[in-house]
Design a protein around this ligand. Structure first.
Ligand SMILES: NC(=O)c1ccc[n+]([C@@H]2O[C@H](COP(=O)([O-])OP(=O)(O)OC[C@H]3O[C@@H](n4cnc5c(N)ncnc54)[C@H](O)[C@@H]3O)[C@@H](O)[C@H]2O)c1
Length: 264
């Protein structure tokens, strides 16, 4: 399902801009790619599988760079390939991520490694290797963290650790890169209608995915009107944080969560 978002950006906003987006075959990354392309940007898109990535990149005329961001050399190559094609990078959007859930007493090393390596290590090294290009362009980074990087989610300690790490690394980088004119922000969405959320419900819903999703909605302050975010809503907030309108915003943990983490 796609949700129409009111057009709040000028059509040519990113006309001469180049963005590198990870997780671009996924729900959020794909929506980010489509929105940035519609605003005139040139895109280098990355994700694990070539097929799904091509399906997003093809219609947008984007450069598709399949890669596993757990590999530092792959992060370096992604930045180098984007630069080789476009000559500049104005923004990096880290939207690749994986969800891990389960009782901590039974957590495996493989679960820890996968979640931390994709969500935290991959995000870190894409940021790291993009710094020279972003310094040259006075660019911006948007890291997709989560409400789960701000408050704990029972049964998701590894995921929370990864997203808390993304949040604080974004703040640290914002301070480090401010003198270079590069902005860094973490966007912290609550549950998003995306393949990740559906996968969570299918895998961890105890055979009742609808019940799993309904329990999540029960946490929101809107009561019966609670709903999940659309990927388009998340993408609109990413575009805002990349845009000149957000020139004064860096080091932010931007909540996009219907007040879920505001208190109780
Ligand atoms: N879906 C939610 O409810 C939700 C809520 C808050 C934050 N987030 C975060 O938003 C981001 C986007 O999530 P989404 O909902 O679009 O999920 P998604 O599963 O639709 O997309 C994530 C993408 O990351 C890619 N990916 C996974 N491992 C990778 C690797 N090693 N190398 C490269 N790419 C890899 C996947 O192939 C997938 O296409 C993630 O960081 C997620 O943690 C999601």
């Amino acid at each position: 399902m796609t949700m129409a978002i009111p057009q709040i950006f000028a059509p040519g906003l990113f006309g001469d801009r180049v963005f590198l987006v990870s997780g671009a075959a996924g729900g959020v990354g794909g929506a980010v790619a489509r929105l940035l392309a519609s605003l005139g940007a040139k895109l280098a898109l990355t994700d694990l599988g070539a097929g799904a990535l091509d399906a997003v990149a093809g219609p947008l005329g984007a450069l598709a760079l399949p890669a596993d961001i757990r590999d530092v050399a792959a992060c370096e190559a992604l930045v180098a390939q984007a630069l080789a094609r476009f000559g500049r990078i104005d923004g990096l959007v880290n939207a690749a991520g994986v969800w891990v859930e389960g009782e901590t007493a039974h957590a495996t090393e493989a679960e820890w490694d996968r979640c931390i390596d994709v969500n935290l290590k991959g995000t870190f090294f894409l940021c790291s290797r993009a710094i020279p290009a972003l310094t040259a362009s006075k660019g911006a980074i948007v890291n997709i963290a989560s409400d789960a990087g701000v408050v704990g989610n029972a049964g998701a300690a590894i995921y929370c650790a990864s997203k808390g790490g993304v949040l604080v690394l974004s703040r640290a980088l914002a301070l480090e890169l401010a003198p270079l004119g590069v902005r860094v922000n973490a966007l912290c969405p609550s549950d998003i209608l995306s393949p990740m959320l559906q996968g969570q419900a299918d895998r961890f819903g105890g055979g009742d995915p609808a019940g799993y999703l309904s329990r999540l909605l029960g946490h929101y302050p809107q009561g019966a009107a609670a709903r999940f975010l659309s990927v388009e809503e998340v993408a609109a907030n990413v575009a805002f944080l990349l845009s000149p309108a957000a020139a004064g915003i860096t080091g932010a943990a931007q909540m996009l969560d219907f007040g879920l983490t505001a208190g109780y």
